[in-house]
Design a protein around this ligand. Structure first.
Ligand code: ATP
Ligand code: MG
Length: 758
């Protein structure tokens, strides 16, 4: 009967229930973390379906991440059973638009089997365009253009719709033209990028009323979670779809807006009431997630922001512990401490799946990974690669491996043209061919080719230079510490420059990761020691199912909850990030503070914040200051603990590494060993014994690899060469032959590339 609440809705509080039952007309649910916004949305969907107000396929429900979509599907499934299978339009903006675009591809100039290209392909394409236009890649980096194009797409702008200022942003007014060329090229490839998924659908809706009307009719109800992080194109797309029926329910929290760097506009929340007049605004204030201490800490912190709508939060949960703030000496101690805490939780019977470490930047995970592998604690990294799997780390390791072990073909192949040196697939093919025929390492084959006419002159010079570099680095590796070696290599190889030239947001993260790698190496005396450590860490990858703790970024943790949350690195320059401090604006600092709010409010039972007094950067102890966010936590909500005694941190903070009186007591430094470990490391020892110095000396380079000259192509023999044709051997120097070719004159070639012609 009317007024009676079905039992399955009884669990919700009044405002939540109102959000569920107000099915007609626009609804804006604006509420703080953990107040059950997502729960209300889930129940609303179940309600619509159970009450037959809509078929599952008539509901459009947008979540922020795929993980959130899966979670939502699961929860709706618990309420309505198998009917959830029939919800094709529950997903992220991208997944939903991709589905729609398949049906209307031709209207965007595509075929329905179009491909969605990833960022790598996107960059490759943009690079070609830049080259075609004779632009200087260094001055106008492809990444920059890619970033601009993404930004324009996020704002829903087609090439013809740019403002003059946008157009000026690239190559002195070529922005628009490049954008148009890029779009045309994508079409020719029957492809689109991520941003296109939304932009194409927006365009189609705008240009084809009939199609828009189809969707307006079909979607009886529209629901959107994490509304505060929608960007302009998403907003415009939603508005078109919902404009007709106006049954749109959006939920969000202005205090959790943390994606403005991706074009999200918190103003969308404020605009909602204007676009959908008469919208019912529902506020939820009861938090069901966290203890009062956690909540008070988070609320106190976010109160420091000026740009907010403001809201109160309360909880019925009465027991709880204060938020712990732990000051430690340095990053290794931080990792050690967190490891101990987790082991304690485990011994108390805690579920490891309910433990999370949330970091500000990806590079921070390395210290924890190393530690957890050491103590055998299972972990997973969400939304990112494990530290040593990241592309830039693998690149750096590949350089180091080739230095340590010239015969490491896989490593050599990875970096021979990274950064780009103009050595293409053809050069690689030649190297491989030669290496295979002569049973020699790729690097050695490269070196021999560099001293012959097998490759174009430019490629030969490039290879010779590169091999010269490796020779120098190899000598250097015996004189300097591993981390100094790494820094030299990154600089001299052009890798640093490559990252610098790249002005995208990710490239800063890559540089940070490499800095972190150098930091990790500081604990090792020899390159061999370090590489062995890495191989052991990598080997651990295969291990373990069972309960795992989660390591992820604060950004990725939005909407999630865990019983125990650890928040390391709360220091100025780490969090708030250096970038946000450099930018200096209030806006960027306030976004960092919102991120802190998101991070703390992920915790259900316990929240532990850590900060280290020192970070070791480039071998120098640098003292760090606790994050301003630590200071901003209301005093009565936190329990401060520090492992530092007296003024120790003061006098130790400024010592350089070599003067550090405690340097020699480091317990984490592994025993020196070069003979253990997998193949390439064993070979490492041999690599050194080979005195690879000789490797690059012209004419004698083959000696270290003992490639015997062929006996069947003596002087005077008639031979055939793939590229140069028939000729006669005029001279022999090791396995290099001087051949007078009938059509191409005298050339120096390598014997493995010729066949005897008789
Ligand atoms: P966030 O802002 O972090 O996304 P949220 O507002 O979406 O948070 P939910 O994730 O929906 O909050 O809910 C937080 C927790 O509270 C969940 O564990 C959920 O199951 C629980 N919860 C929600 N509503 C109620 C309720 N009425 N009674 C009891 N528990 C509830
Ligand atoms: Mg939520």
């Amino acid at each position: 009967t009317a007024g009676q609440v079905p039992e399955w809705l009884a669990r919700l509080n009044d405002p939540q229930r109102e959000a569920v039952l107000t099915t007609e007309g626009p609804v804006l649910m604006l509420a703080g973390a953990g107040t059950g916004k997502t729960a209300a949305l889930t129940h609303r969907m179940a309600h619509l379906i159970r009450e037959r107000m809509a078929w599952p396929s008539e509901i459009l429900c947008v979540t922020f991440t795929n993980k959130a979509a899966r979670e939502m599907r699961h929860r709706v499934g618990q309420l309505i059973g198998d009917a959830v299978e029939g919800m094709p339009f529950l997903g992220t903006f991208h997944s939903i638009c991709a589905k729609m675009l398949r049906r209307h591809a031709e209207l965007a100039g595509l075929q329905s089997n179009y491909t969605i290209i990833d960022t790598d392909d996107q960059l490759r394409l943009i690079k070609q365009l830049i080259r075609d236009q004779d632009l200087d890649e260094k001055r106008w980096p492809p990444k920059q253009l890619a970033g601009l194009i993404d930004g324009w797409k996020n704002r829903g702008l087609n090439p013809g719709e740019l403002e003059p200022i946008d157009n000026e942003a690239y190559a002195n007014g070529k922005g628009q033209q490049m954008y148009a060329l890029y779009q045309a090229r994508l079409k020719a490839l029957n492809a689109c990028d991520f941003g296109d998924l939304l932009l194409h659908m927006l365009n189609i809706f705008r240009q084809h009323r009939d199609i828009l009307e189809q969707y307006q009719t079909r979607f009886k109800y529209v629901l959107v979670d994490e509304y505060q992080d929608t960007n302009a194109v998403q907003y415009l797309w939603l508005r078109l779809i919902a404009q007709n029926r106006k049954n749109i329910c959006v939920v969000g929290d202005d205090d959790q807006s943390i994606y403005s760097w991706r074009g999200a506009e918190v103003a969308n929340i404020l605009r909602f009431e204007k676009d959908f007049p008469g919208a019912k605004v529902i506020r939820l204030e009861q938090n069901y997630r966290s203890t009062p201490q956690i909540l008070a800490a988070a609320s106190g912190l976010i109160a420091a922001n000026s740009q907010r709508l403001g809201k109160t939060l309360w909880t019925q949960i009465n027991a709880g512990e204060k938020v712990r703030v732990i000051g430690v000496w340095d990053a290794p101690e931080e990792a050690r401490r967190v490891g101990e805490e987790i082991e304690r939780l485990e011994s108390e019977g805690a579920d490891l799946e309910q433990v999370a470490i949330l970091v500000r930047a990806q590079y921070q995970t390395r210290e924890f990974e190393d530690r957890f592998i050491q103590i055998g604690l299972n972990y997973r990294i969400i939304g990112g690669f494990r530290f040593y799997e990241r592309a830039e780390i693998r690149d750096a390791l590949a350089y180091l491996r080739v230095i340590a072990q010239p015969a490491d073909d896989l490593a050599f192949e990875r970096i021979y043209n990274q950064p780009k040196r103009g050595l293409g697939a053809k050069a690689l093919e030649k190297m491989y061919q030669h290496a295979r025929r002569r049973q020699m390492p790729l690097a050695a084959a490269a070196l021999e080719l560099a001293d012959s006419d097998e490759l174009a002159a430019r490629a030969r010079r490039t290879i010779a230079d590169l091999m010269g570099d490796f020779l120098r680095w190899r000598e250097l590796s015996e004189q300097v510490t591993p981390s100094e070696l790494l820094r030299t290599v990154l600089e001299e190889s052009g890798y640093d420059d490559m990252l610098k030239a790249d002005r995208s947001a990710e490239s800063a993260g890559r540089s940070e990761n490499l800095t972190e790698l150098a930091r990790a190496m500081e604990e090792y005396e020899t390159l061999g020691d370090f590489l062995e450590h890495v191989s052991l860490v990598m080997d651990n990858e295969a291990a373990s199912d069972g309960e795992k703790i989660t390591i992820m970024t604060m950004h990725g943790a939005k909407g999630l909850e865990f019983n125990h949350v650890f928040l390391p690195g709360w220091e100025e320059g780490v969090f708030p990030s250096q970038r946000s401090l450099d930018e200096g604006g209030l806006a960027s600092l306030e976004e960092e503070r919102r991120l802190a709010y998101v991070a703390i409010t992920r915790a259900r039972r316990r929240c532990t914040i850590l900060h280290a007094a020192n970070r070791r950067i480039y071998g120098q102890w640098t003292s760090s200051i606790p994050s301003r966010f630590v200071e901003e936590l209301p005093e009565d909500t936190v329990e401060v603990e520090t492992t530092l005694t007296g003024g120790a941190s003061m006098w130790r903070a400024n010592w350089s590494e070599s003067e550090d009186p405690f340097a020699h007591v480091s317990t984490s430094r592994p025993e020196r060993s070069q003979q253990r470990g997998p193949g390439w490391q064993r070979a490492l020892a041999t690599g050194y014994d080979n005195k690879p110095k000789r490797l690059a000396e012209p004419g004698r380079s083959a000696a270290s690899f003992a490639a015997k000259p062929r006996s069947d192509v003596a002087i005077g023999a008639r031979v055939f060469h793939d590229k140069f044709g028939y000729g006669t051997v005029m001279g022999q120097d090791g396995n290099k032959l001087e051949i007078e070719f009938e059509k191409s004159g005298t050339k120096r070639v390598i014997d493995s590339f010729v066949q005897t012609a008789d």
